[in-house]
Design a protein around this ligand. Sequence first.
Ligand SMILES: Cc1cc2nc3c(=O)[nH]c(=O)nc-3n(C[C@H](O)[C@H](O)[C@H](O)COP(=O)(O)OP(=O)(O)OC[C@H]3O[C@@H](n4cnc5c(N)ncnc54)[C@H](O)[C@@H]3O)c2cc1C
Length: 419
Amino acid sequence: MTVLVLGAGVIGVAAAWFLRAAGHDVRVVERREGAALESSFANAGQVSAHLADPWSNPGTLRQLPRWLLQPDAPLVWRPRLRADQWRWLALFLRECTRPRYARNLLQLCAFGYYSRETLRALRAETGIRYDFHQGGILLFHTHAEAFDQASAAARKLEAHGIKRRVCSREECVTIEPALAHMRESIAGGIYSPYDETGDAHQFSLALARLGEERGIGFDYGVTVKRLILEGGEVKGAEVVRADGRSEVLRADQTVVCMGPHSAQLLASVGVPVNIYPVKGYSITMPIRDEAAALRIGITDAAVKVAFSRLGGRIRATSTAEVADFDLGVDRRRCEALVAHVQRLFPGAGDASQAAFWAGLRPTTPSNLPYIGRTKVPGLMVNAGHGTVGWTQACGSGRALAEILAGHRPEVDFPFLGVT
Ligand SMILES: Cc1cc2nc3c(=O)[nH]c(=O)nc-3n(C[C@H](O)[C@H](O)[C@H](O)COP(=O)(O)OP(=O)(O)OC[C@H]3O[C@@H](n4cnc5c(N)ncnc54)[C@H](O)[C@@H]3O)c2cc1C
């Protein structure tokens, strides 16, 4: 079968890989000059299967009134005259109820596990390298009450096979010695020992290279203009090349993997999806003092800042800004991230060389992505991975290939078009 993959972020590249492995003739088109230059470029790097938590949860609902008044709040809403923003927000609030949150959390973790294991198998098969580290992720708390609540939740989740280890202050410092200097302010932590970290951009570049060797065609500098709809079926896409030439690319199946830009294209053929851009920031700085630097993935629960060690670099990310598609970098937010790294890991990084970045998380109200067949024959979707697209990339690609082959992926997840 010929398959056209639209978009070469980490989701599109991984999908192309698994579709090719299933024997399809795969071509990927991407408007940028290379793979993973948009949302997948400088994320937090955490492959977080068992610590992932939907943003839409009862806690968010409780804190929202305070956050709306707080200029440096982790979640910021900038109202726009856009019906899609208001609709998304209303649906997001609906997902914050306890039963919906509980269901979304279990499915997010189940799919995260499936995806993390798929990533490991791919690594074993190919030897792919991307500054990964298998040391787990530690979410530490500085407020005792929040820690007690997180501990109770972790214990309950154990019954569902979700491995979140409750750790004392001393255990946190043993797991991550770089936190020893602030031991007194740590109330405790939740540790997910089998999670990992790695650079999603490097991964995508390396996987695209391996994919090319296995026969996947990658066309960069090619922008998708519209889907070709004939007799009620999608037959490919019309694209425009960098030199302005238009071309129609035909395929048996077309897969939309355009991250935050997927919704508009899908809507053009009558497939409505609720994917809205939620902006975040990251800073990356070289490590100056190995001994002071973190070794594993860390999240500071009180301020929702995530950190990773990526080879010789430290990455820190924060903020969920529900605004629009603007990619401007808020320097104050990034400078605050640099200061946070210096506070948590004093002397570890070279702040004078910190690189600032902003990216858009393609987010659904439930935090669960759309993966599978749409109601339009010939058209599939793999988008809306929000906060966990790096974690879920390999699982999404593998599941998509299985669905195309007519199988139900073996994981509790609401895939599209699967009976
Ligand atoms: C600050 C921040 C921190 C994050 N931290 C983590 C983390 O620690 N762990 C985790 O798992 N996830 C994390 N994420 C989320 C993760 O980065 C995203 O979910 C993921 O990158 C989405 O990948 P994608 O391929 O769907 O989107 P993208 O990477 O944006 O890829 C979509 C591609 O489609 C292309 N495209 C769009 N329109 C067109 C068109 N018309 N024609 C051709 N091509 C087009 C774009 O150029 C782009 O390359 C984070 C995100 C942010 C912003």
